[in-house]
Write a protein that binds this ligand. Sequence first.
Ligand code: NDP
Length: 276
Amino acid sequence: MVDRYCVIGNPISHTKSPRIHMAFAAQTGWRIQYDAIEAPLGEFFATAETFRASGGLGMNITAPFKLDAYAYATELLPRAKLAGAVNAIKFENGQILADNFDGIGLLNDIQNNLRCRFCGLRVLLLGAGGAARGAIVPFLEAHPAELVILNRTAAKASALAAEFSAHGPVIAANDAGFSPQSTAAFDVVINATCASLRGELPPLPPGVLGTHTLAYELLYGKGLTPFLAAAKQAGVRQLADGAGMLVEQAAEAFLWWQGVRPETRPVIADLTVPIV
Ligand code: NDP
């Protein structure tokens, strides 16, 4: 008997999750089957239930089903509640336990792999969608000097900053007090928008990127995206993409399911595409 897990999304052919989890399983000697399942749009519940009924023990959830997974859960763990979305599920004692490891995966990649500790740093988060939302509380728990959210639709950034202001120093770029032109460049600038998927550059005020900045693109495997190209042009020396985030969130799910933390570095090295 092998333990059965899967990732559900639409489309799903691009997913690296089976490769990552099989690499983790090989490290730990865990006998696992991990499939990629494409659920038809509007049929997440039926697809998940079919997998559960066939003996599945847990699953990852990717776009566009993270909100459906939130509604499907019978018990939401704190990170999933705060993120308002679910990217990992465990079936246990008849319950559907749900968590979200995207934010902690991103933070772990930046702090542990890229060796950029947030404590005391100025961080600019571009975007106010699901990935940005899930990162805010983990980021604030790492005690940055400030976290500024900048989004194409400014009202969404303001709403997020207001919602999470009790957790730490978070403001929206369009709210009073933020002027990138008159402040020093940020220590970390993270592109959590979908702009690069369309080959576009998200709104990026002059002055936010400096040579010391870490420029991090959540999209992975696409080389020099417009955001990373703009950072390179501005003289930024440290560029990164979301391959490390993907592997780190998978490691958190693996730990949750199996009780063992896998080694992420060789798996990240295997997935990383040079940023040129
Ligand atoms: P959402 O659809 O939830 O959010 C999209 C965000 O991007 C919104 O803030 C939206 O702004 C903004 N946006 C979209 N198009 C543009 C554009 N042309 N210019 C400027 N802003 C734009 O997406 P997610 O949060 O789920 O995903 C964001 C990115 O993160 C994607 O590239 C995704 O691939 C990546 N990702 C990577 C992961 C990893 O493990 N590496 C995990 C999860 C996501 P507005 O509010 O104005 O519409």
